[in-house]
Design a protein around this ligand. Sequence first.
Ligand code: AMP
Length: 220
Amino acid sequence: MGKTERKRLMVMLGPPGAGKGTQAVNVAKRYSIPHISTGDIFRAAIKEGTDLGRKAKKYLDAGELVPDSVVTDIVAERISKDDCVGGFLLDGFPRTLPQAEALDKMLSDKGCPLTAVVDLAVDRDALVKRLTARRACSKCGENYNLVSKAPKKEGVCDKCGGALYQRDDDKRETIENRLSVYEKQTAPLIEYYKRSGRLVSASGEGPIDGVFKRICAALD
Ligand code: AMP
């Protein structure tokens, strides 16, 4: 019983470029729970050329959402793995109302409702600036930002020496589309979670450490 109460079943919500990925890694580490990023799952599947990758690629390239049923099945399978018994942090899921409802249903079937949803808020102009400056390592996946977290040597990963690249969906045309998809389909989730008293908001502006401190304070 005590163990169930300590379970942390969390969601990181926020527009593309708010820093969800970076903060989710830190928050998951702090609570010793797995970080589950649906975007990372799709990118890995595309790289490996699996069926899922082939299905997802056209949506990612266009900045559109992968159909709800595809994403929901992946998440249902992932959170039923052993490492999720003590909790997990979802990053990039849910992104639509039907996904949020499906997640609530999955968790209520297990008798463990979501404990917190963190909403990272960042102003739209800042998002465009951040997204166009985003780079990732083609070898180890480490994330960089030419403005806030530049690599020591241009185009080279500090950690493994791999070449840095810009995600196709971080090109300007796709960014505009991703932001309007967010406004239309994902932003309504803020109200959905607020209504059920599970929303915790933190400003995602400013240095990474400061944002992390605000999230922790809000969660504690
Ligand atoms: P992200 O890395 O979270 O920005 O996700 C990159 C892309 O993966 C998105 O633009 C979508 O095409 C796809 N994706 C990730 N998560 C979801 C989701 N929950 N629902 C639908 N599509 C998703």
